[in-house]
Design a protein around this ligand. Structure first.
Ligand SMILES: Cc1cc2nc3c(=O)[nH]c(=O)nc-3n(C[C@H](O)[C@H](O)[C@H](O)COP(=O)(O)OP(=O)(O)OC[C@H]3O[C@@H](n4cnc5c(N)ncnc54)[C@H](O)[C@@H]3O)c2cc1C
Length: 518
């Protein structure tokens, strides 16, 4: 039986390992951390009984993706249970207004009629557009790039939507969130509603490429809703791990790979920090591509094909704040209390300033906030009647050079993390008065903490590498390393640094498993 070693147990490493184990390969996963799952991890990090998704929480990509389709029965048998939400997201604004998007098209139109009447027709148009483009967009997102299969898909799309339709699609892929929002919407609230989704990835409103995510996520929320894991996002990684083990594979934690062994230019095994070595026919690195040269000390200097991967750039940083609450927040915009995500950005110009400040090394005055309210749909995550908040702070400097407000001194996250978290809580308090009095406990995970948990999250980049167009689609991570192959024979790569990019989808794990199953 041919043996496959997987370095790293992120969603993609585990997905690849589970699929290959089911297909009869002998599989071993080596994980550096004390727990498997990478950026999918659930813990009682504030108080006993309060289960927080430390990093990712929205599992919609996985629920609708290829790994779920392939392993559905095994995943469910091994405990995976999704909790769908028909009220996925809501943007709240400083004047107390809000736009909440539900899975009910009519009720969304009623909301827009009240808050942004001139955008109603555009919203309907975009809804139709997503329905029309879905058969062409989604298959591309789950196809190897570049590949013959992708070329065939493009050809098929061209036949279905014509040259103009195809060029419009390409235009959407290259457009910025602001340009997209300005093209369709009049009201600043609707523009912000869409553009905030670009900030989830590393698209400030003026960065080329942001339009696709602003479009897909804002309208996609209405069409597909949002999905959480019952009891925590780790329900996925727990189930995947059980599939690996029940098919004869192994997942070893506290096993950091320090070197990939080569023979005649081919990868033949790995060495771990505790000095153990493991041999295999194929090695899959679920490792940020920029870190691979560290695992190939012998070849880096002499081989430009390897060393150039260091040019693969991280996106801007992220901080997480986890709160245990005595009561749910009381939003000034009352409807916000029912939604899974509440966005405080607030408007496009604020997001543009935030992005520019962070890129210039300044702590933003008004970071974009994604506030997850998991206990709205999954009360099992907190003791009876109690709640948790999942606060993602986007976007933050990779190196701090100062504070845009001039209030915080210090250039190290370890020194200023709590102070910056106070700024975030003060902002939320303005939108949900009384929140501070409801906080029973809080845990701040700074960008530096993110990297400590998971080396792939370089300087707190939550996405395993920037998604700007020069590093995305058929260019991810960089030319010469595409198709989940590396310049080294038998060494493959998956994870958010590879196509189709960040998110709890497992797509690159599936693609690499298919590559090794041929
Ligand atoms: C704060 C945060 C919030 C997010 N929210 C969402 C969300 O709600 N929804 C969503 O879809 N996505 C979200 N994302 C993104 C998503 O979680 C990630 O893109 C995805 O989980 C990354 O998966 P991966 O396969 O690249 O592996 P990773 O999660 O990067 O895991 C890789 C694993 O490999 C291990 N490793 C690396 N090097 C070595 C080595 N040398 N030896 C052994 N092990 C090694 C690491 O320790 C790690 O455990 C979020 C990310 C973060 C950080």
């Amino acid at each position: 039986m041919s043996k496959v070693l997987v370095i790293g147990s992120g969603i993609n490493g585990l997905s690849a390992a589970a699929i290959l184990a089911k297909r009869g390969k002998s599989v071993m996963v080596l994980e550096a951390s004390d727990k498997f799952g990478g950026a999918v991890r659930t813990e009682e990090i504030t108080l006993p009984g309060y289960r927080h998704d430390l990093f990712a929480t929205n599992l919609s990509l996985f629920a609708g993706g290829g790994v779920m389709a392939l392993l559905k029965e095994d995943l469910i048998r091994n405990g995976l249970e999704f909790i769908p939400s028909a009220k996925p997201y809501c943007s709240v604004f400083p004047d107390g207004k809000s736009i909440g998007i539900t899975m009910n098209r009519e009720s969304n139109i009623e909301t827009l009629k009240k808050i942004a009447p001139e955008d109603v027709e555009s919203w309907k148009l975009l809804t139709d557009k997503l329905i029309k483009l879905s058969p062409h967009l989604f298959p591309i997102l789950s196809t190897e790039l570049p590949s013959l299969a992708a070329a065939k898909l493009l050809f098929k799309s061209w036949r279905a939507i014509g040259t103009t339709g195809l060029f419009e699609l390409i235009r959407l892929l290259l457009q910025s969130s602001r340009s997209f929002a300005d093209e369709y919407f009049v009201h600043k609230e609707t523009k912000a509603l869409a553009a905030t989704w670009g900030m989830h990835l590393d698209y400030g409103p003026d960065i080329s490429g942001g339009a696709l995510f602003s479009f897909l996520e804002s309208i996609g929320g209405q069409e597909f809703g949002m999905v959480l894991g019952k009891g925590g996002a780790d329900s996925i990684t727990n189930a995947l791990t059980k599939i690996i083990v029940e098919n004869g594979g192994e997942v070893l934690v506290n096993s950091k790979v320090t070197e990939i062994l080569l023979k005649d230019g081919k990868a033949i095994g790995v060495v771990t920090a505790d000095g153990k070595s493991f041999k295999a026919e194929s090695i899959i690195a679920n490792v940020n591509p920029a870190l691979i040269p560290n695992l190939l000390p012998g070849v880096v200097k002499s081989d430009e094909n390897i060393s150039k991967i260091k040019n693969f750039k991280p996106g801007l940083g992220t901080m997480m704040i986890h709160l245990a609450l005595s009561d749910p927040p009381t939003w000034r915009a009352a409807e916000a209390g029912d939604f899974n995500y509440v966005h405080i950005a607030p408007y496009i110009d604020d997001m543009a300033m935030t992005y520019a400040m962070a890129a210039a090394g300044k702590l933003p005055e008004q970071p974009t906030l994604v506030i997850g309210q998991p206990t709205v749909s999954d009360p099992s995550r907190a003791p009876n009647g109690k709640h948790i908040l999942w606060i993602q702070v986007r976007v933050l400097p990779l190196e701090i050079t100062g504070d845009a407000s001039g209030e915080i001194d210090g250039k190290k996250w370890d020194d200023i993390g709590e102070q910056y978290a106070d700024r975030v809580i003060n902002i939320i308090e303005e939108y949900a008065p009384g929140l501070k009095n409801k906080i029973l406990a809080r845990k701040v995970l700074t960008p530096s903490d993110l990297e400590r948990y998971n080396v792939n999250l370089i300087k707190g980049d939550s996405l395993g590498g920037s998604h700007h167009p020069s590093q995305f689609f058929f260019l991810r991570p960089i030319p010469g390393w595409t198709g989940h192959k590396t310049p080294i024979k038998n060494l493959y790569i998956c994870g958010s640094g590879t196509w189709p990019g960040g998110g709890v989808g497992g797509g690159s794990g599936l693609m690499v498993a298919n590559l090794l199953s041929k």
